[in-house]
Write a protein that binds this ligand. Sequence first.
Ligand SMILES: Cc1cc2nc3c(=O)[nH]c(=O)nc-3n(C[C@H](O)[C@H](O)[C@H](O)COP(=O)(O)OP(=O)(O)OC[C@H]3O[C@@H](n4cnc5c(N)ncnc54)[C@H](O)[C@@H]3O)c2cc1C
Length: 255
Amino acid sequence: MDLTHVTSYRCPTTRAGLGLAPGETVLGGGTWLFSEPQPATTGLVDLTALGWPAIEELDDGTLRIAATCTVAELVASPLLGPLAPLVRSAADAFLMSFKIQHAATVGGNIALALPAGAMISLTAALGGTAEVWTPDGGVRREPVAALVRGVRRTSLAPGEVLRAVDVPPGPRAARSAFRRAALTPHGRSSAVVVGVGDRVTLTAATTRPVVLAADRLEEGLAAVDCWYDDAHGAADWRADVTATLAREVVRELAA
Ligand SMILES: Cc1cc2nc3c(=O)[nH]c(=O)nc-3n(C[C@H](O)[C@H](O)[C@H](O)COP(=O)(O)OP(=O)(O)OC[C@H]3O[C@@H](n4cnc5c(N)ncnc54)[C@H](O)[C@@H]3O)c2cc1C
């Protein structure tokens, strides 16, 4: 849709251009920004000309996923190796079509912080750490599982830009399992459970990512205090379904 309040558009090519003026908002793929009115936004600052490589392998084996990497670029990356099936499952968990996956970015998905944010499910489960550029020119790092604090709520302060998510080498090579439930076959995710190594990560059914130890699953499930309740499922149903999926994931990881 047209964003009728927007009167400026900038496309910086260096970090120096990322300082946001009042009313400016950063633009990733724009799939959400252009999907509903944004009366508080008068200017867009497009991140896509910064030239960040979509996916890089760092010297220590860390996989660096740029915030501007699209879902489609991530799925197609030859650097994924054994992670490829898990990434594919996460991409398939989106309600969005393949056309939108070519525009939607990993950073935009995380920054938006919807419970059904499949890139949150994926990167939190992989123990990903977000690199955040602060407006004073600094950098801070925080696990994705902690950065996402609730429905449409993150730790990102005004002017902070998510630069990348780093996935460490250990989880990249670990065994993984993925389960998803939705009220209709192509509906928005109501529950997503991802197991990687000895961790089980719950999303979609919870207002924020919840990471549990696989060997203390029942104790962890009993302690969850953030079951989500919306049109895509009641909280008690989500808790039941998630518990079933999580037990399946633990069995699969152990098999
Ligand atoms: C048909 C359809 C289906 C969808 N299905 C789903 C779904 O199943 N699950 C889901 O989670 N979402 C869904 N969405 C919403 C949205 O498309 C996705 O969350 C998408 O990943 C957002 O990424 P984007 O790059 O388009 O973000 P944008 O629309 O560009 O931005 C989203 C928000 O993040 C901020 N932002 C973007 N990049 C950064 C950054 N690097 N640092 C800081 N802030 C940033 C923007 O300022 C904005 O507030 C759907 C949208 C459509 C149209």
